[in-house]
Unconditional design. Structure first.
Length: 840
């Protein structure tokens, strides 16, 4: 809901309010963002507005007509340099005369009943197939449902928005979804439009900006942010998710102090170094209570999130394209659009904020046929074979995969050109007939005949110097001719700023994707940018290369998903080097990390869960010792962790023993029964390893705890995982989240069989004769005797389960074992299943 009340703009979502006001100076002053409040008339906001009587200290007066206003100490909806505000700016421009001062003031506003589509960048959209728009849903609650239903295609492509009729300025009810406020530079005639779109039900607002050059002269844009909020507090904690290859999404909490804290990427991608999703929260906020703001950007290139605490105790947050390495020439009459930012607020802590983000990404970012469709269980050939693939090996793997219930076979890297390692052939997208004599179609037909779907790996944005493509087109890569190139994985980045390169990728991938019955594509991207230079581009435009690359990539992806709507695309960039909402506008899931170690993955997936729903996080069970860490974890723990994402297997099933294969078969059977909950349910973090639970007053030690609940709360899956055992700490409880407190649930664990070998020579404490550890007798016993794991089977109400917790059977503690004991060694885990029986 958007209202204009005599100079005051009020944007309401179901549970939040965002308000700002146009001052007599023409500046928009931010007034409030937080829990929903009642503002019926403009005067209701008087209590929120800062009372400007004089300018503080040695700050500068904005202008002589308004001696009480200093932009340095005001909460602005956007800002620029030159008129007194010396904090992180929203917009920076070099005018034709070299001046850098901007003075944008309010000129008008428009309220639209439909969202306006972005021109070249992806954006959030309002409705899913057959659904009514968010506003329509809210209107229904008001008993005033005159909404219209749009098709999925109309909504997702923005066609719906294009046809939007502009509404009158007097608006009622829940109709308007978009506010556009227009500001004009007093001196230079530039026009800045700020867009606000309200996604009522998910408590999300999006913001973006469009700068139009009406000055008659070319200007240089040095930065144009997507959003800015100035908070009237200086005690916020900023949380970022940083990392590197194979250790993505590590949560970092920084208590903001006077000065700036910047989270940004400069790799050319959104990067594993610093994800664009960040949070601001109160210092006492925890998973379930307290203020939490979440911010993200629909963008896959260099991004920037800055929080600055001013000397006057205000905190400015801005996000957008990273200004480092960016400048854009804007000719007269041209416009430049920023990426769309989306943000939410919850007073229900980190989990409350995550829930909004999850819903929003699922409903308003992810699109296409796979949006709400159950994702298949796949086997990926990478960790099984690496580059060493052949039709024979792949078919053996596929047969073994079919045998355990896998549905989709994915051939990873190594199938094209003469690629046997990472030094060659990217760009030569024709099949290596030595490896696959029947071509892609030949292999695909055989895989399909086994009853599996077929998918492939590609890395279309790259080429190797050792490739026919590069030899023919050395001018189509980002590199500085005649200068040494800083190599990354022996490959060079195609110059996607060029339309001919975009067309080449679209055409070559169209040929590949239509050469066989391909139902899945893993789209990889394995290096970061160096030597950023577009050959042939005029010098004054080189600052545009990073952003033009991203625009080119979006055109390519957009065209290919249009041509191949049935294909399930999975994004990948050396794991999670480009895990962002921009990619998710095209590809519904992303390979979250090249680290498949279950312990690391439990942390990485916890990291992703703050900002992204689990239906977007792809996760695989791999072999042990793990290829990235050499750690051994049980096959059940590997499954339990991967099952909370989109499950796949990435191991050589052909080399696995029958016990592991039997375990995998059972896992997949179980997963198929529960994957609707695991992939599309509400994911809620429980207590986090190492943290002390304030409510329970005791340390949660080394455990991680998750719950995933179906939308109707009828079914839920729980998870606990232990890092390292501490002896004689046998009692633990699992606390589910998100259940219906009034409904009765059955609660069961997944009963396991324990191999006696796991107890080592403790077998001698019960064996009538001495057994040598690892000896023949030990192995024979292990083959035929399996020990029963503990059983947990209870019935109780949702409130008892959630607030009392499920007191689990005691963990093994060095004093004997029976089926009443939880066999729980280092890296052990359990999953639990809850089914609603009845409601009180
Ligand atoms: C990096 C990816 O993240 C891996 O999963 C694998 O596809 C390799 N590239 C193949 O080169």
């Amino acid at each position: 809901m958007i209202r204009y009340l005599d100079g005051l703009f009020v944007l309401d979502t179901a549970n939040t309010t965002y308000a700002f006001k146009i001052l007599p100076t023409g500046q928009p002053e931010h007034i409030y963002y937080g829990r929903r409040i009642r503002i019926e008339g403009a005067s209701d906001a008087d209590i929120l507005v800062e009372k400007h009587a004089f300018v503080p200290g040695n700050t500068n007066v904005y202008d002589k007509e308004h001696m009480q206003y200093s932009l340095e100490d005001m909460r602005l909806e956007f800002s620029s340099y030159g008129k007194g505000d010396i904090r992180e700016p929203f917009v920076e421009i070099i005018h034709h005369d070299g001046g850098r001062t901007c003075d944008f003031v309010y000129s008008d506003y428009v309220i639209n009943s439909r969202k306006t589509a972005l021109k070249a960048l992806p954006g959030a959209y309002m409705a899913g197939i057959g659904e009514k728009t968010d506003v329509a849903l809210s209107r229904t609650a008001e008993g005033n449902d005159n909404s219209k239903t749009v098709t999925r295609e109309q909504a997702e492509t923005g066609e719906e928005a294009e046809k939007a009729e502009k509404t009158e300025k007097t608006v009622t009810g829940y109709d308007p979804v978009e506010l556009v406020v227009i500001y004009t530079d007093k001196f230079y005639g530039l026009v800045l439009k700020l867009y606000y779109d309200v996604f009522y039900d998910t408590d999300v607002i999006t913001r973006r900006s469009v700068l139009t050059n009406d000055s008659g002269e070319t200007v240089d844009i040095e930065r144009l942010m997507s959003m800015q909020i100035d908070f009237n507090r200086d005690d916020l904690v900023m949380t970022t998710f940083t990392g590197a290859w194979a250790r993505e999404m590590k949560r970092e909490d920084i208590s903001l102090k006077r000065g700036k804290f910047i989270n940004s990427s400069f790799t050319g991608t959104s990067s594993s170094r610093a994800n664009p999703f960040v949070m601001l929260s109160g210092s006492t906020t925890d998973e379930d209570k307290g203020d939490c703001y979440g911010f993200n950007l629909i963008y896959s290139g260099n991004h920037f999130e800055a929080a600055e605490v001013s000397p006057y105790g205000k905190t400015r947050f801005v996000n957008g394209i990273n200004p480092a390495g960016f400048s854009w020439k804007l000719a007269p009459g041209e416009s430049f659009e920023s990426p769309e930012a989306f943000f939410t607020y919850s007073h229900n802590g980190f989990n409350g904020m995550s829930r909004n983000m999850h819903e929003f990404i699922r409903r308003h970012i992810v699109r296409g046929e796979w949006k709400d469709r159950i994702r298949p269980v796949l086997i990926n050939s990478w960790e099984a074979n690496y580059f060493n693939i052949s039709e024979r090996k792949l078919l053996s793997l596929a047969k073994a995969a079919k045998d355990v219930g896998i549905e989709l076979f994915v051939m990873d890297d190594g199938w094209f050109g003469h690629r046997n390692d990472d030094t060659s052939s990217l760009g030569d997208w024709f099949v290596n007939k030595d490896k696959l004599p029947g071509g892609l179609k030949g292999l695909c037909d055989k895989i399909k005949a086994l009853g599996l779907d077929f998918g492939i790996w590609v890395e279309p944005e790259m080429t190797n110097v050792d490739s026919l493509f590069y030899q023919a087109h050395p001018d189509l890569t980002l590199e500085i001719p005649g200068k040494d190139h800083s190599e990354g994985r022996n490959q060079r980045i195609l110059d996607l700023t060029k339309e001919e390169v975009q067309d080449y990728i679209i055409d070559s991938m169209t040929t590949v994707f239509s050469s066989a019955d391909i139902s899945y594509v893993k789209w990889d991207m394995n290096r970061t940018f160096t030597d950023v230079f577009s050959q042939g581009m005029p010098a004054e435009h080189q600052g545009e290369v990073f952003h033009r690359y991203v625009l080119g990539l979006y055109r390519v992806m957009g065209e290919l998903i249009k041509r191949f709507p049935h294909i399930l695309f999975e994004g990948c960039a050396a794991g999670g080097n480009r895990f962002d909402a921009g990619i998710l506008c095209y590809f519904p899931q992303i390979w979250a990390s090249d680290d498949t170690d279950a312990l690391c993955r439990s942390k990485i997936q916890t990291g992703y869960s703050y900002g992204y729903p689990m239906s977007t996080v792809s996760a695989h069970v791999s072999s042990c010792p793990n290829h990235q860490t050499l750690r051994d974890t049980s096959i059940e723990t590997r499954f339990n962790v991967a099952a909370f994402g989109v499950l796949g297997y990435e191991c050589n099933l052909c080399d696995m023993g029958s016990e592991d294969l039997t375990a995998i078969r059972a896992q997949i059977e179980l997963y198929k029964k529960w994957r609707d909950v695991l992939q599309f349910g509400t994911f809620i973090r429980g207590r986090v390893a190492g943290a002390t639970d304030e409510v329970l007053g005791k340390s949660f030690g080394d455990l991680t705890e998750w719950t995933c609940v179906s939308g109707d709360k009828k079914r839920a899956v729980g998870f606990i995982m232990q890092k390292l055992v501490s002896p004689n700490t046998q009692y633990a409880s699992y606390y589910p989240r998100g259940l219906d407190p009034e409904a009765k649930y059955s609660f069961k664990n997944r009963k396991l069989k324990i191999n006696v070998m796991e107890f080592g020579d403790l077998v001698n404490t019960v064996a009538p004769v001495h057994i040598k550890q690892g000896g023949l007798a030990h192995n024979i016993i292990a083959k035929f005797v399996k020990m029963d794991g503990e059983e947990e089977a209870y019935e109780s109400y949702g409130d008892a389960l959630m607030y009392g917790g499920v007191s689990l059977k005691p963990a093994f503690s060095g004093t004997g074992y029976s089926d009443e004991v939880r066999f729980f060694r280092d890296f052990a885990s359990r999953i639990y299943f809850m089914v609603q029986k009845s409601k009180a």
